[in-house]
Design a protein around this ligand. Structure first.
Ligand code: GLC
Length: 731
């Protein structure tokens, strides 16, 4: 009989307790240390088959007892590592740890943000913002499965993903790493990713541990720039920023990475209220927390909170940081050892952190004697994985405008393709792709297709390419204009070059002047223009979009994105993506879909260019017959909702039906609507289907005046499409 979860937990607890009893203070402190690969790396070009300096590795393991290593080798050509090299690296680390006194394995962490970033040829999915646009949890689960398999093939057991931050600040350069502005959507897709990545037992050879990040409030900097202050009231934190982490913890993620920035003047790494009172005492998180890059010492060097590096370590460890991503030296080890010997950090706190870390190492299967990388055969970049990646890219593409059915293009159409994102794989993928910033086009796989290449492959002889402009500079706008004269339609590919973190900070959402100039020149030709936007966040495209006949929002659809976009443009795929964020009409148009009633007055109403949930199809759909099972329910009861959806057009397609709820009277003002459920259904032309949803008491709840989650009696309104139906909760 399979041991119960409790039996398993008890066995792990006993194993960890027995190990801790044998550990020296130095060995315990070492487990709390995570170093970057570069600390043990060998940059000698002759040693790139396994770029590890064994003396440095043995020093890290045997003198500093390091518990974790992260990141990829920064080899001179900066390329991703082959799976063979990764296996040599992780095997060498395993060997060194196995030769240490207690043989405690190192847990190696990697940023596999949209697939195994740093493994050559890995399946690289649409980025989270684009996965969110699919509104397809099954695809997110499959992305998790495939990502876990492909990092395990590289011998890597721990992924610093998913990002569970909520993307409610469009300027923020990591918006694209989130699942968008809505709590329910982000929670659903993040939990699905974790389910696929970990399965029921992430010690399995094809499963791996995940890491929820960045706890908490990192994604809402008031000025939109990465790692700058967020001012978030506790009510807002509990309503908008904690729930997705609750969902991730419930889904079983065993580690949490901490917010690099500060909220209400308290740096994430110094916030005992968030890291201990809320995360542990309230949310019941049992895994371990890991700092973000260098963020403990930054309490001293940057935040001017700690008066010394030693005080920074004390503040962070006592706030609830279990592992320090130091990551470029052993300073954390030396300082914490000194603090422990001085009794300023109690042994109980160190034992607590080490116990959490060792528990996750056992859960991840690192102590299994036969622990080996997963064989690459049938597990790495398989045709099945590529097919799922293409499906995800297809479902991520959002058709935002299609006047006069300019799309799909005729197969015989003569198309001018122009603009900075037309012929770049990096514009389809964004950051965390082969390199940290994802901006080295020369390193991208030669067998993947840019938008231009995919169109040329599908419609040979009909595609003319003139660059027109770069991201920030004019190239040959006049040539593009003259080339347009002989074409039927212009595909104008604009947007952003890759970036992540502070490198992607901008001062406003306006498009660079060169791109606007190219757009205006081509619109002036009078030829029909289809605007394609690629990039990690919305940009202000209003003047262009209003004149263009068609608008396609691609965001970051990943390595199969070029093919997917070409399939949509040429009618070989019927688009069904929907916006997971609000697409602003104006630079300061940052009112989001779940705005408050006070924001619905005419003067300041919600008037985005394209609203959250917007996305067209080549067919058409209609919902009808919205009904609730009971007009009145008792407090604590759930209520069933049904609605019909019909494909009223001539083409088969998929439609996502979004169910919103409004609490019509409450002791805290409630949004005009909040997404509470969604279902995506394929429908043949003319086909209709009845969908059933259940709204639970949790769906009806909100964060009350006393900061506790509450359901209040009174009227609610369910909204689907242009229908609304009320029901009441009675005491
Ligand atoms: C970075 C990022 C974090 C990433 C970590 C390790 O600073 O903030 O998301 O996981 O460092 O690369």
């Amino acid at each position: 009989m399979k041991p119960s979860e409790t039996d398993n937990d008890n066995a792990i607890a006993a194993q960890v307790k027995q190990l801790i009893a044998q550990m020296t203070l130095e060995e315990k402190v070492g487990q709390m240390v995570q170093i970057d690969f570069s600390v043990i790396g060998d940059t000698n070009p002759a040693h790139q088959a396994c770029p590890i300096d064994r003396a440095k590795l043995d020093n890290a393991i045997n003198h500093y007892h390091v518990g974790s290593i992260l990141n990829t080798p920064h080899t001179p050509d900066n390329k991703a590592q082959s799976v063979a090299t990764w296996c040599k690296i992780t095997e060498e680390v395993r060997r060194a740890a196995a030769q240490s006194r207690l043989k405690i394995p190192v847990i190696y962490g990697i940023d596999a943000i949209h697939g195994a970033t740093y493994s050559q040829g890995a399946t690289l999915f649409p980025q989270a913002i684009s996965m969110a646009a699919t509104f397809n949890p099954k695809l997110s689960e499959q992305e998790g499965e495939i990502t876990a398999r492909e990092i395990r093939v590289s011998g890597l057991p721990w992924n610093f993903s998913p990002v569970m931050d909520i993307g409610r600040q469009p300027l923020w350069p990591r918006l694209w790493e989130t699942y968008g502005e809505d709590v329910h959507l982000a929670s659903t897709l993040g939990a699905a990713f974790i389910k696929g990545h970990q399965g029921d037992d992430f010690s399995a050879p094809d499963k791996a541990a995940t890491c929820l990040k960045h706890f908490v409030g990192y994604s809402f900097p008031i000025n939109g720039k990465d790692r700058t202050p967020a001012w978030i009231s506790e009510r807002m934190l509990r309503e908008y920023f904690l729930p997705s982490f609750e969902a991730g913890i419930k889904a079983g993620s065993p580690t949490i990475m901490i917010n690099s920035s500060e909220v209400d003047g308290i740096p994430g790494h110094a916030n005992h209220h968030y890291l201990t009172t809320i995360l542990r005492d309230e949310m019941g998180f049992k895994g371990f927390t890991v700092s973000d890059w260098e963020d403990i010492i930054r309490l001293y060097t940057r935040d001017k909170m700690a008066a010394s590096p030693r005080e920074a370590v004390k503040i962070a460890v006592m706030a609830g940081v279990d592992m320090s991503m130091v990551p470029l030296d052993f300073s954390f080890y030396d300082l914490l050892l000194d603090l422990a010997k001085a009794g300023e950090v109690p042994m109980t706190r160190i034992d607590e952190a080490v116990s959490r870390i060792l528990t996750v190492k056992v859960q991840t299967g690192l102590f299994k004697p036969d622990h080996q990388p997963l064989p690459a055969e049938n597990n790495f970049a398989t045709p099945a994985a590529q097919a799922i990646n293409l499906q995800a890219a297809h479902e991520a593409i959002i058709l935002a405008k299609n006047d006069h059915a300019v799309l799909p293009l005729q197969k015989s159409a003569k198309v001018l393709v122009t603009g900075p994102t037309a012929n770049l794989l990096s514009a389809l993928n964004g950051g965390w792709t082969i390199t940290w910033q994802g901006d080295n086009e020369s390193l991208y796989p030669k067998d993947k297709l840019t938008v231009l290449a995919a169109l040329q492959q599908k419609s040979p002889g009909n595609i003319t390419y003139v660059p027109g402009s770069g991201f920030d500079s004019e190239i040959d706008i006049a040539n593009a204009v003259s080339a347009a004269k002989n074409q039927d339609v212009i595909l104008l590919c604009l947007g952003e070059k890759p970036y992540t973190e502070t490198m992607g900070n901008i001062d406003n959402l306006d498009l660079p002047a060169a791109q606007t100039k190219l757009a205006q020149a081509l619109l002036a030709t009078g030829k029909p223009v289809v605007l394609l936007m690629l990039g990690g966040r919305p940009r202000i495209i209003t003047p262009i979009a209003e004149q263009a006949a068609g608008v396609v929002l691609g965001f970051l659809p990943g390595m199969e994105g070029g093919r997917a976009i070409a399939d949509v443009l040429l009618g070989d795929y019927n688009p069904n993506g929907k916006l997971p964020i609000t697409y602003p009409r104006h630079p300061n148009g940052i009112t989001l879909y779940d705005y408050k009633p006070i924001e619905s007055l005419d003067s300041n109403s919600y008037k985005p260019l394209y609203p959250f949930g917007h996305g067209l199809s080549y067919t058409s759909f209609a919902t009808s017959g919205l009904a609730v099972a009971k007009p009145k329910i008792k407090m604590g009861e759930s209520v069933d909702v049904t609605v019909n959806v019909k494909n009223t057009g001539k083409l088969a397609g998929q439609e996502t039906v979004l169910l919103y709820l409004q609490d019509l009277a409450a002791s805290v003002t409630r949004p005009n609507k909040q997404l509470k459920a969604f279902k995506k259904v394929p429908l043949a032309a003319g086909e209709s289907q009845q969908l059933r949803f259940t709204l639970t008491p949790h769906d009806l709840s909100f964060i009350g005046v006393d900061l506790k989650r509450v359901v209040e009696a009174g009227e609610f309104e369910v909204k689907v499409g242009d229908e609304a139906v009320k029901f009441a909760v009675v005491e």
